[in-house]
Design a protein around this ligand. Structure first.
Ligand code: ADP
Length: 388
């Protein structure tokens, strides 16, 4: 076989959703899965079982592979550096990936390249947090630098005492270091998805709005409605600045806050968070764009020409299926598919747990309100809600 082999670390839904694109392009996917029942292991033929931190498992994974890439950021960087030294292309490489692993490194580097970010400071004592609160004049956001996801390492506080356990854990080394940020009075959250290949080509999808519920993305609207042309231009420019400035290869999601301009001009953006892999804010591209983020990631890490990123319809709405009262969300397929033949349903083969991302639904259309209602209704039905 001479087909390119892409080795992927992580067996969740992101690796699972790379498979249709790999199949279409004749690319061989080899995915390191945490467990033989994981979302990706159900559909990937070549799916060795092992931990992302297990050096022997990673070495076996990259044997004969053209490139190593990731669906999550939890691979030890020293190991990645050793792979690169041994001649294995790692994309994105450890030097880029660290920005998606560590919010302190990310904030410091974004500041250094002049990207707009919230006011922030690394902190290690209660006094430093309380001083930041006093300067901000109100509640602030304390974050763990590493290991957080879906808002789990994020807390809004008005005094250091509220994060005493985090401070203690950071001090004795059992927990991650902390940073504090201004609580940004954002108008809404936006995201820009961009792909870059090693030889330099960059392609960006339209700016989207991402709607969060309890720190978890519940809905994405592409393109972001009523976005001021200047804000759109700034968001795209910032994403380009970040992807180049941090030397990212593959797909990068730049999550942003849209904030009012104090001088009354067009709203501005501040960068909140980065993901160096396909991301929930880009799931709409599977059904809503000429090239999906999953296909683009494979093209980019293999240094193949990138695909067109144009939207296929005026509006695309993606609604997440978060938890379900059904034993399995596929129980709702007869009703959901009968009611809306144009809704695109994606289920991840994951066991139901409260609030867990089990799938998503995408609806394209010419009327935003209609697309939104239909995407939400289908997602609600998959969650087992009677009137969904
Ligand atoms: P995670 O890495 O766990 O996803 P994020 O840093 O992206 O954490 O934060 C999760 C959510 O918390 C954001 O989507 C946003 O809604 C809110 N948030 C995070 N930082 C701030 C901030 N500085 N000001 C206001 N809200 C914030």
């Amino acid at each position: 076989m001479t087909a390119p082999v892409v080795a992927v670390v992580g067996g969740g839904q992101l690796a699972r959703m790379m498979t249709p694109a790999a199949t279409a392009l004749g690319i061989h996917l080899r995915v390191l899965v945490e467990d033989p029942d994981s979302s990706a292991a159900q559909v990937v033929v070549d799916a060795p079982v092992g931990a992302a931190s297990d050096e022997a498992a990673i070495l076996a994974l990259v044997e004969g592979a053209d490139v190593l890439t990731f669906e999550h950021e939890h691979v030890p960087n020293a190991l990645l550096d050793r792979l690169v030294a041994a001649g294995v292309p790692v994309r994105p490489d450890a030097a880029a990936l660290v920005h998606a692993q560590d919010k302190i490194v990310m904030r410091a580097h974004l500041e250094a390249i002049g990207a707009p970010i919230p006011r922030w400071a690394p902190v290690s004592t209660a006094a430093e947090i309380d001083a930041f609160v006093a300067r901000a004049g109100g509640p602030v956001v304390v974050k763990t630098a590493r290991g957080g996801y879906d808002g789990k390492g994020v807390r809004v506080v008005d005094r250091a005492e509220s994060v005493a356990a985090w401070l203690a854990a950071a001090a004795d080394g059992t927990g991650a270091p902390l940073l504090v940020e201004e609580k940004v009075p954002f108008l809404r959250e936006l995201a820009v998805l961009v792909a870059r290949r090693p030889s330099g080509e960059v392609r960006t999808w339209p700016v989207v709005e991402s709607v969060q519920q309890d720190g978890v993305c519940s809905e994405v609207i592409a393109p972001a409605p009523d976005l001021h042309e200047d804000t759109r231009a700034q968001a795209l420019a910032v994403a380009a600045q970040v992807v180049e400035g941090l030397g990212v290869t593959g797909v990068l999601a730049v999550e942003m806050f849209e904030v009012a301009d104090p001088d009354g001009g067009a709203p501005r953006v501040l960068v909140n968070e980065l993901a160096m892999r396909p991301h929930n804010s880009g799931h709409w591209t599977i059904d809503g764009a000429t090239t999906s983020q999953f296909e683009q990631h494979l093209r980019a890490v293999l240094d193949l020409p990138l695909g067109d990123t144009a939207a296929l319809a005026p509006w695309t709405v993606m609604a997440n299926v978060l938890g379900s009262s059904l034993e399995d969300p596929t129980d709702a397929l007869p009703a959901v598919l009968a009611r809306d033949p144009q809704a695109r349903v994606h289920l991840y083969g994951k066991e139901v747990r409260p609030g867990r991302k089990l799938g998503h639904v995408t609806v394209r259309g010419t009327d935003l309100a209609d697309a939104r209602t239909r995407a939400r209704a289908a997602a609600a039905a998959l969650r087992g809600e009677q009137n969904g």
